[in-house]
Design a protein around this ligand. Structure first.
Ligand code: DGJ
Length: 557
C-alpha cells in the first residue's frame, strides 16, 4: 500500500493575486492541520493558512514562569507570532501517574495574552540523544527503564528504544499531555503543532548494543520496513537503495544480510528502532488530539561518522527509514545551524515533506532573516524559528524584529503565492567555511527577468576595477502581484530589470514605492526615483535593513 499521506504537490489552482480577504470567511474551530494548497503544503490554523514567524526558547527558560515574565514582551516586540517551547516530562510527571500541567498552562495563558501561538516540544525519552528530561523515578530505575548500552555492556544515559516499558511510559505521559491540550485548548488552538522528542539519535555509538537491541539486530528486518522499501524501490535514497541492491534486495533476512555489515547498517538499525518508537509516541498522541507533528534533526559536520553525530536521526540519507517507521510524523525537519544553510535546507525539500525549520542560529540576525525570506519563498516553508531569541543582543533583536515585521506584513501575499510560479527568492549560497558566492542571480517572473546583484561597482575615484560586495547580509524575495507589478522585500541587493522577450527588450521602471502593509492594505511612503534608483536604472534594496517595495514595470521595443 502506498504511504497514505503523500502530499500532492501537483495541484495548480489558479493563483489569486493579493487576495487579502481570502481568509476572512467565518472561522470554524477546526484543528490546526497541514493542507495541500496550490502546489505547496501549508499549515492551516482555524481554517486559514498560517506562516510561523517563530522563535524557539532556550531549553531552560520555560521552566520558570517568573523567568519568562520579561521575555514574553521581548518576543512580541520581535513580531513573533509563534513560540516553540519545551514541555518537560520531568516537570509534568514528577511522580509516576500524577500529572501537573502547571508549567504548560502558564505558557498557554501568556501566549494568549501576547496574541501568540505555541509549538510544544515534547522533551520526553530523548532530548539531543540523551534522556536527561525523563523524571527522577525513571532515571533511578534502570531495571524497569533500561538504557542503551555500549558493546562492552556499559549503560548510556539514553533510554533503550528496544524497551516496551520505556515506550509505554513515554506514551502514557505524552498522551496525558495531549489529552490536557484537548481539554483546555481545542477551541482556541493556542498550541498549533507538537514535536515528539528532540534531536533523536545515538551517541557515541552508532546503535544501541544492549542485549535486546542485539537480538532485534540479529532478527529479520521487519516487514513494515521491507514492504515500504519494495513499494518505494525506485525512489529510495541512493545510499540505501545501493546497500539493499548489493545484497540482492533481500526480505526476511537480518540487518547485516539485508544491508551489509558495518557502521552504515548500524545506523539504519538505530534509525528504525528510534524512529519506530518516536512514531508510536506521535501516533498515540495524535489518536488523542491530532495536532500536526514533526521531528527535528541534528545535522552532520563534515567528516563525522554515525555516533560522532546523533546516529539514526531524521537525516536526509535516512528519510526512507523514518518514513516507514513513523508514518504519524508529518515532517522531518532540519535544525539548521551550519553556514551552508541552503545546501542542507535543499536536502529536506522533498515532495513528501512539508517544510519547517524549527531551529536555526549561530549566524547574525540579519543572516538568519535573509535565510527566512529564502526559505519562505524558495522552499514554501510553513515556518522559521531562530533558537534562543531571548538571548539575542538588543541590537540583534532589533534586526530580527524589523525582518519579522516585514514578513508579517507580507504573510498573506506569501501564503497566496507559495507553490506557484509567482514567487521567487534571492540569497547568495554560503559554503560550510562561511565563504559566500556573491555571483549575480537571475530570476524570471512572468514577462520579466530580474538580474539580482550583491556587489556594487567600485567608486570611480578609487580607480579600482573589481565590484565591491555590498556590506551585511543579502537576501529577499520577489512576488508577482500583477502582470507588471511586483513586491520586493529583503536586504543587501540591487535589482536590474530585463524582459524575457526578444522584440520588446526594454524593461523600464514605471514606479517604485517604499511602504508598508497595514492590516493588508498597502500604505505607500516614499516614491523612490533619482539617486535612489540610479536614475531609473535599478531597484536598490539597501544593506543593513529590511525594506519592502512595490515596483511597477513596463516593457517596449
Ligand atoms: C539543538 C537542540 O535541539 C536544542 O534543544 C538546543 O540544545 C540547541 N541545539 C542548542 O544549540
Amino acid at each position: 500500500m502506498k504511504r497514505a499521506k503523500t502530499w500532492c504537490l501537483a495541484a495548480s489552482a489558479a493563483f489569486v493575486f493579493a487576495n487579502f480577504s481570502a481568509g476572512a470567511a467565518a472561522v470554524k474551530p477546526v484543528m490546526p492541520q497541514l493542507r495541500p494548497a496550490h502546489g505547496a503544503v501549508q499549515l492551516y490554523v482555524d481554517g486559514r493558512p498560517y506562516l510561523i514567524l517563530g522563535g524557539e526558547l532556550d531549553n531552560s527558560s520555560a521552566s520558570s514562569a517568573s523567568f519568562m515574565q520579561p521575555i514574553w514582551p521581548k518576543l512580541a516586540a520581535m513580531h513573533m507570532n509563534t513560540v516553540l517551547v519545551p514541555a518537560y516530562w520531568e516537570l509534568i510527571e514528577p511522580t509516576e501517574g500524577k500529572f501537573d500541567f502547571a508549567s504548560v498552562d502558564v505558557l498557554i495563558v501568556n501566549a494568549r495574552k501576547h496574541n501568540m501561538h505555541l509549538v510544544l516540544l515534547w522533551f520526553g525519552s530523548w532530548k539531543n540523544s540523551m534522556s536527561s528530561y525523563v523524571p527522577a523515578w525513571v532515571k533511578r530505575d534502570p531495571q524497569r527503564f533500561p538504557r542503551a548500552q555500549t558493546p562492552d555492556s556499559k549503560s548510556l544515559e539514553i533510554l533503550s528504544a528496544e524497551s516496551a516499558s520505556n515506550l509505554q511510559t513515554d506514551i502514557h505521559a505524552f498522551t496525558a499531555l495531549m489529552a490536557h491540550l484537548r481539554a483546555i485548548d481545542s477551541v482556541q488552538h493556542t498550541v498549533i503543532m507538537v514535536q515528539p522528542e528532540n534531536e533523536v539519535g545515538m551517541i557515541p555509538e552508532a546503535r544501541d548494543r544492549s542485549a535486546a537491541a542485539n537480538a532485534a539486530f540479529a532478527a529479520p528486518v521487519p516487514a513494515q520496513l521491507t514492504d515500504y522499501l519494495k513499494l518505494h524501490k525506485e525512489s529510495l535514497v541512493p545510499s540505501l537503495r545501493d546497500a539493499w541492491q548489493s545484497h540482492g534486495f533481500k526480505t526476511g533476512a537480518n540487518w547485516e544480510e539485508t544491508f551489509g555489515a558495518g557502521i552504515a547498517t548500524d545506523e539504519l538499525f538505530n534509525a528504525w528502532s528510534e524512529g519506530l518508537y518516536t512514531g508510536k509516541v506521535a501516533a498515540a498522541g495524535k489518536a488523542v488530539y491530532p495536532l500536526p507533528m514533526y521531528v527535528n534533526a541534528a545535522l552532520i559536520r563534515p567528516g563525522k561518522q554515525p555516533g560522532q553525530y546523533p546516529s539514526g536521526g531524521p537525516l536526509p540519507h535516512l528519510f526512507d527509514i523514518w518514513r516507514a517507521a513513523a508514518p504519524a510524523v508529518d515532517m522531518l525537519s532540519p535544525d539548521l545551524y551550519f553556514p551552508n544553510f541552503a545546501q542542507w535546507a535543499n536536502r529536506y525539500a522533498r515532495p513528501d515533506n512539508p517544510y519547517f525549520i524549527p531551529e536555526t542560529g549561530r549566524a547574525s540576525a540579519a543572516e538568519m532573516s535573509a535565510n527566512a525570506y529564502w526559505a519562505f519563498a524558495k522552499l514554501n516553508a510553513i515556518g522559521f524559528s531562530p533558537y534562543s531569541p531571548e538571548y539575542l543582543s538588543a541590537e540583534e533583536q532589533k534586526v530580527l524584529s524589523e525582518s519579522y515585521d516585514t514578513l508579517s506584513q507580507m504573510a498573506p501575499l506569501i501564503l497566496a503565492a507559495q507553490g506557484s510560479d509567482k514567487i521567487a527568492a534571492f540569497r547568495p549560497p554560503v559554503a560550510f567555511d562561511g565563504t559566500e558566492d556573491l555571483s549575480a542571480q537571475s530570476i524570471t517572473l512572468g514577462h520579466y527577468v530580474f538580474d539580482v546583484r550583491f556587489k556594487l561597482p567600485p567608486p570611480v575615484s578609487t580607480g579600482a576595477r573589481e565590484d565591491v560586495p555590498m556590506p551585511g547580509a543579502h537576501g529577499g524575495m520577489i512576488i508577482q502581484t500583477g502582470v507588471d507589478e511586483f513586491v520586493v522585500a529583503g536586504t543587501g541587493a540591487i535589482v536590474i530589470f530585463n524582459t524575457t522577450g526578444t522584440d520588446d527588450n526594454i524593461a523600464g521602471i514605471e514606479s517604485i514605492w517604499e511602504g508598508r502593509y497595514v492590516k493588508g492594505t498597502w500604505v505607500p511612503q516614499r516614491c523612490l526615483n533619482g539617486d535612489e534608483n540610479n536614475q531609473g536604472r535599478q531597484l536598490n534594496v539597501p544593506a543593513g535593513k529590511f525594506s519592502l517595495f512595490r515596483v511597477r514595470l513596463y516593457h517596449y521595443r
